[in-house]
Design a protein around this ligand. Structure first.
Ligand SMILES: [Zn+2]
Ligand SMILES: [Zn+2]
Length: 140
């Protein structure tokens, strides 16, 4: 993700006002690589800005996604939708016990869907998630 300032610039360029709420949310996200859920983001914003509404936080997340500065990790069967501040193509490891989600720095070269298996879909992107038990949960 870009720096806090670069993100604020993107908002301005797109005609979006930099409200104090947006400023706080962007500041938190710019230094977060834990793939938080929307609710986790909301709770963190709440701890520094007690008057913020859930709607404001969720709307800001949607704006960031529309700007291409935030992506959703959608293919998790447990733990719900997560937000990813790294918008470049990459893959994930997911702990089925504590729901930790971390990035995999590995290029799955050759991973492709042959067109005869794509049911006529035009493929835009793909995302691989490996499900397992993280080291902390193995010992705990
Ligand atoms: Zn774990
Ligand atoms: Zn990620």
């Amino acid at each position: 993700m870009k720096s806090h300032e670069a993100l604020l610039d993107r908002f301005r360029q797109n005609g979006l006002k930099i409200t104090p709420q947006r400023r706080v949310i962007l500041g938190l996200l710019a230094q977060d690589n834990s793939h938080p859920t929307a609710d986790e983001i909301y709770q963190r914003v709440l701890s520094v800005m007690p008057e913020v509404s859930r709607t404001t936080v969720y709307n800001t997340l949607r704006e960031l996604i529309a700007l291409g500065e935030l992506t959703e990790v959608q293919d998790l069967s447990e733990g719900g939708l997560r937000y990813d501040t790294d918008t470049s193509p990459h893959h994930h490891l997911f702990c089925m016990r504590c729901h930790a989600l971390i990035d995999i720095d590995h290029d799955f070269e050759g991973l492709a869907l042959p067109s005869e298996d794509a049911s006529g879909y035009q493929i835009v992107r793909h995302q691989v998630t490996f499900y397992g038990i993280c080291p902390d949960c193995q010992t705990g």
